[in-house]
Write a protein that binds this ligand. Structure first.
Ligand code: AMP
Ligand code: MG
Length: 698
């Protein structure tokens, strides 16, 4: 279900605005396949409605499926329609308004109609605001604070989730939207009747008709995306026409997928990254620079830390970005910071079960009369609690108007009319403040973060439904050597089984990349070249093992040298012979040593952070711990050493053999002991740096 055409409508509640295009007037814009026509200005509602009816008829006649979105509330907060017309059906409310709104280019009855509606509600309100200073409107208070007792929420649920949304009750003042809602619903009603079964209204009806009518909000996307040259309203309708018209079928399913509610829903809310991805071309990073592995070569061996700083300084993300739903985002790397769509909690609420009242309470015993009703999570108490009264409240319930403090149920005694409790209680006790956890508009998580399960909860709590992440890094693994056979194949005495490939492929999967098995390459240059050519075309990075030093059969280093981008890094560490680093057709290649122990240690120390960086993540520094040694060792200065290690009874043991071919020692170990570059004398109990494998994300 996709749309051939989208029409964005920026509505207005005022009178005729004259012939010259102006802001805060009615603007429309047509978008198709990610491009928009020029925005159109309409000086008044009569002209705009005629244009829209005509445009929709044209699209229908041309069999172009059309989405038309207005920036006005399609419904009011829960309970309003039921109280006014006896049904919660918002579409019936549209017809009710259509029958009562009087509208001409120079005059309309929105204020007096709002006053007449107020008269049918208890207390004062809900509508407020009067554009004319010298003309009082019966039953229409001038100030929001003058209202009370009408027993309706200020906002619909969807508006509470939209940062900066105004209440539909407010008819006057900068940014107010109440007038345009009253003056828009009759137009929506007429469009609906005009197009009959060809038109459905989302989310109240299934959006499977040739025309779908929806409400949206032109502040879903960062304002930086607006074209500054244009009148803001014109820039907005154009931007949203481009964004919505480039959504694909599955993306429409994502934005349409909400729990139906008679309060309606803002189309696109919670999906800013998805809409944004549609208007910004995916970020495709430039290839790495040819000299990125060119380590200044000297007579000396390069210390591990210098090698790491060089990689850190020269590597950059290489994958494009994409937008995914939150439920598929664990382990993915954020390509942009995430901003809170709404505050958490969105409204002050109770931290415990008990009774709410207006605090503080001084020291000593108190008895408070109980106000009827209760506030529960998801079932707010709609009225106002009178001064010096308490009301039953449950954990997670919004703090009712007239109260700000909660006493724990266990600290009270209650009968049917009163509760008794002991002061003192500070004002705000046992209540969570709105936004105390996260504030709408604030950055919640930074770019380059790999999302954890907990991050998904954090993002969901502040209203994020989709995130912009890097595409996963595809990492190829190639073993080299004529002596290698795959386990399961027959092997002569001169042959050994390929131990590295399974291990390195598994490392890569644990690190959140996509492992690509490149098999075994023989010690033959022509064949190796063909394998690397094919691998470079389908991988973002390649790990090879074996053939990395400068011996006769060390074709990997010879090859990379031939391409002119090789750096043979002589790193001052044990285990590990030189590391061959280079670009093969712009694809970074990490030539690891052949010995399984050396291959794994070099993978953990160098490939792990380097691949994280290429994938768009923060450079990960493994976290080690000082643990007393359960071994004795004397070490000369000049190179860093990594020993296979495990902790037993609070001390760290090392594998008895340091032989780099002893692969079983890697299984025995739970981490590495890192001995410093300088000389060291380790005796029993000497603290040494132990880095658990978990610190390497294994
Ligand atoms: P090379 O770096 O190719 O000289 O290999 C060093 C040592 O590691 C030799 O003993 C190789 O047989 C061994 N080796 C190389 N690749 C692997 C592998 N994939 N699995 C197990 N041992 C290997
Ligand atoms: Mg070899």
């Amino acid at each position: 279900m996709t749309f051939d055409t989208v029409i964005m409508v920026d509505w207005s509640g005022g009178n005729d605005r004259g012939a010259t295009p102006k802001k805060d007037a009615i603007w429309t814009c047509i978008g198709r396949t990610g491009a928009s026509d020029a925005p159109l200005y309409h000086r008044n509602r009569q002209i705009a409605e005629a244009y829209i009816t005509d445009a929709l008829a044209t699209e229908l006649g041309q069999h172009r499926r059309t989405l038309i979105a207005f920036d006005l509330c399609f419904a009011y907060p829960n309970g309003f329609a039921k109280a006014l017309i006896g049904t919660e059906d918002p579409l019936a409310l549209w017809d009710w308004f259509a029958a009562r709104v009087k509208d001409t280019p120079s005059e309309n009855n929105r204020f007096s109609l709002a006053g007449q509606i107020n008269a049918q509600f208890p207390g004062i309100g809900p509508f407020w605001g009067n554009g004319r200073p010298n003309h009082d409107v019966p039953h229409l208070p001038r100030k929001g604070l003058d209202r009370q007792g009408f027993a309706l929420a200020e906002h619909r649920t969807t508006d509470s989730a939209a940062p900066g949304a105004f209440s539909p009750w407010q008819l006057a003042g900068a940014g107010a939207v109440g007038g345009q809602v009253i003056m828009g619903l009759p137009t929506l009603s007429r469009l609906r009747h005009h197009f009959g079964p060809s038109l459905s209204v989302w989310p109240f009806q299934t959006p499977d008709t040739p025309i779908v009518l929806a409400e949206t909000y032109f502040s879903l996307l960062p304002t930086a995306l607006l074209n500054d040259d244009a009148i803001r309203d014109a820039a907005q309708v154009s931007l949203y026409a481009r964004a919505f018209s480039s959504l694909a079928t599955d993306q429409w399913q994502t934005v349409f997928d909400i729990d139906p509610t008679p309060e309606g829903w803002v189309l696109g809310l919670g999906h800013a990254p998805l809409l944004q991805g549609a208007v910004m071309p995916a970020l495709i990073p430039p290839p790495l620079r040819n000299d990125c592995f060119a380590m200044p070569q000297g007579a000396h061996w390069t210390p591990v830390d210098d090698a790491l700083s060089h990689l850190r300084a020269h590597l950059a993300p290489v994958t494009a970005t994409e937008t995914v739903p939150l439920t598929q985002a664990v382990g993915r790397i954020l390509a942009a910071p995430v901003t809170a769509m709404r505050s958490h909690p969105p409204y002050a609420n109770a931290a415990v079960d008990g009774y709410a009242f207006a605090g503080p309470l001084p020291d000593g015993p108190h008895a408070l009369p109980l106000h009827p009703g209760r506030a529960a999570a998801g079932q707010p108490f709609e009225g106002t609690v009178p001064p010096n009264h308490a009301i039953r409240i449950l954990t997670g319930a919004n703090i009712p108007d007239g109260t700000d403090t909660v006493v724990l149920q266990e600290d009270t005694t209650a009968n049917t009319t009163h509760i008794a409790l002991h002061g003192p209680l500070k004002r705000g006790a046992n209540a969570r403040k709105a936004g105390e956890d996260m504030t709408a508009g604030a950055d919640v998580l930074p770019a380059r973060r790999r999302l954890t399960p907990a991050d998904l909860a954090t993002l969901a709590a502040c209203g994020t439904a989709t995130v912009t992440v890097h595409k996963p890094l595809k990492v190829g693994v190639l073993s080299t050597g004529d002596e290698l056979r795959a386990p399961g194949d027959a092997a002569t005495d001169g042959q050994i089984y390929d131990a590295n490939r399974a291990m390195l492929l598994a490392d890569i999967a644990r690190w959140g990349h996509i492992p690509v098995d490149l098999g075994i390459a023989p010690d033959n240059r022509a064949k190796l070249r063909r394998i690397l050519d094919r691998a470079a075309a389908k991988c973002d990075a390649i790990l090879t093992s074996g053939g990395a030093s400068a011996g006769d059969e060390d074709h990997m280093s010879a090859h990379l040298q031939g391409t002119g981008t090789l750096a043979l890094w002589r790193i001052a560490m044990k285990p590990g012979r030189p590391l061959a680093l280079g670009l093969w057709q712009d694809t970074p290649v990490f030539g690891l040593p052949g010995n399984p122990v050396a291959a794994q240690v070099c993978a953990l120390i160098f490939a792990h952070p380097a691949l994280a960086c290429l994938a768009g993540a923060e450079w990960p520094a493994p976290q080690g711990f000082q643990v007393p040694a359960a071994f004795i060792k004397s070490k000369k200065s000049g190179r860093r050493e990594y020993l296979r290690a495990r902790i037993t009874d609070g001390a760290v043991q090392v594998f008895p053999s340091e032989g780099s071919g002893r692969v079983s020692g890697l299984s025995w170990a739970t981490g590495l002991v890192e001995l410093p570059d300088g000389a060291a004398q380790i005796s029993l109990g000497t603290p040494v740096n132990y880095i658990p494998f978990a610190s390497f994300d294994l």
